[in-house]
Design a protein around this ligand. Structure first.
Ligand code: SAH
Ligand code: SF4
Ligand code: F3S
Length: 436
């Protein structure tokens, strides 16, 4: 049997896709391996969201040349968003890449590998209006046997002006709900205790008028001991109906990722986000009204086209007001062929972008620490996940709010729920002890 190694970069959707790819290859008599010395094919599932994401992949591809010189039969293929963005151009730029396959063409991988084995090069990057891989049961590559991803929709057509995803992932399409609920139930029966429902904008999930609140309630109904998470929520579509569904099921986790991108209405308009800061803050209030113990996390971009110092201040002010529990913070990276690339000017200098980003990071670090300090003395149920990376005599788990809590092992077992009391903290972690 030929062996395939899959490496994954980018977002959770990409990790979920790699598990679909793994399943397709296994059914076609390939074996999966983690050992590069054994691999006949190395598939790199890539991200194109920022230039540095692409540079990492190019670096990795070049690094693999040494392996290829040792083992001439080893072939490298690029999957995912970079494959879709650059198509066969990628093979002329990186001459040790033999094939590129876009996110909607994974069913063709077995036949592509066959062509490649015969010494040909291959590119398959057609996007689809309908492909959801609904019938494929993913192999759980990234999983600890406790928590798994379920992809519920594909694509995005929001066309935020900075973003490459609508071009790399195609039109939005929702997967048949029954296949999602069945997949979640099977995971539960196999011993999984947490599923994360994934889409670029889960709030716009819609399959013949069956919507995301209905879906999440049906998944949550599988068992009160199955935790249900989801990402990502676009603020423009965050409905009261979803918040009510969350409030009604304590196993739908108390954490909403609500990417704001900027605190300035002027920027939000330029970004084509379809909401104002007033709308966004009203949604934050609604979250806190329906689910008072909900954590809120976000994504933000520093230095988008035309961002003034006032716009940047507005972002800092917003952070002070919302007091996020966690934020993913990025410097704007101009992506070829996006609306911003075609019609706007990347006019905030690199150094100034870094300065603004660092200002946001510093502020958010202070806020996260203060938020965590308020947790001291509180008791939380955690789903125990495994041994702490820092200290082997400790375990870690997450509470419903998705905060990591580390605690002394004692008799706790990964995959079970335990009550813990928070005793101290850093900006990133809560440190506690078992309560019983
Ligand atoms: N669908 C999700 C986001 C997916 S991309 C949503 O709309 O919220 C993840 C994050 O990457 C985005 O939220 C944004 O903050 C960031 N991002 C996207 N394009 C970017 C770019 N060109 N430069 C810098 N950050 C970007
Ligand atoms: Fe990109 Fe906007 Fe779609 Fe998110 S909603 S993936 S930021 S275009
Ligand atoms: Fe990256 Fe594609 Fe995800 S560009 S963030 S891997 S959808």
């Amino acid at each position: 049997m030929e062996k395939v190694l899959i490496e994954t970069y980018g977002c959770q959707m990409n990790f979920a896709d790699s598990e679909v790819v793994g399943a397709i290859l296994k059914t076609n008599n390939y074996a999966l391996t983690d050992d590069i010395e054994q691999a006949d094919f190395v598939l790199i599932n890539t991200c194109a969201i920022r230039d540095n994401a692409e540079q990492r992949v190019r670096h990795r591809v070049r690094e693999l040349k040494a392996q290829q010189n040792k083992r001439r039969q080893m072939r490298i293929g690029i999957l995912g968003c970079m494959a879709e963005r650059l198509q066969s151009q990628l093979m002329s730029e990186e001459e040790n890449v033999s094939f590129v396959v876009g996110p909607d063409a994974y069913r063709q991988l077995p036949s592509i590998l066959q062509q490649v084995r015969q010494g040909q090069k291959a590119a398959e990057t057609e996007l689809s209006q309908t492909e959801t891989y609904a019938d494929i049961e993913p192999v759980r590559l990234a999983s600890n046997g406790i928590s798994a991803y379920i992809s519920i929709m594909r694509g995005c057509q929001n066309y935020c002006t900075y973003c490459v995803v609508p071009y790399t992932r195609g039109r939005e399409r929702s997967r048949q709900p029954q296949t999602i609920v069945d997949e979640a139930r099977k995971l539960w029966q196999q011993g999984y205790r947490e599923v994360t429902l994934l889409g670029q904008n889960v709030n716009s999930y819609n399959c013949d008028n069956y919507d995301f609140p209905q879906l999440i309630e049906d998944v949550a109904a599988i068992s009160p001991d199955l935790r249900v998470r989801f990402a990502t929520s676009h603020p423009k579509d965050l409905s009261d109906k979803l918040l009510q569904a969350m409030a009604a099921h304590s196993n739908i986790c108390r954490c909403i990722h609500l990417p704001v991108q900027s605190g300035s209405n002027h920027m939000l308009k330029a970004m084509n986000r379809h909401y104002t800061i007033e709308w966004y803050l009203e949604r934050v209030d609604a979250i806190r009204k329906y689910i008072p113990d909900c954590s809120i996390t976000t994504d933000v971009i520093a230095g988008f086209c035309g961002e003034t110092l006032d716009d940047h201040q507005a972002t800092l002010d917003l952070f002070r007001q919302v007091r996020y529990d966690y934020a993913y913070m990025f410097k704007y990276s101009m992506r070829p062929n996006t609306y911003a690339h075609r019609h706007m000017h990347d006019d905030v200098g690199e150094e100034e972008k870094t300065r603004r980003l660092n200002e946001i990071i510093k502020l958010q670090g202070e806020i996260a620490l203060e938020n965590n300090q308020k947790e001291i003395g509180r008791e939380y149920e955690v789903l125990v996940e495994g041994v702490s990376h820092r200290n082997k005599s400790q375990l870690f788990g997450r509470n419903s709010q998705n905060k990591v809590i580390v605690f002394d092992k004692r008799d706790a077992i990964p995959g079970t729920y335990r009550r813990t009391i928070v005793e101290s903290c850093t900006a990133a972690t809560l440190i506690g002890k078992l309560a019983d």
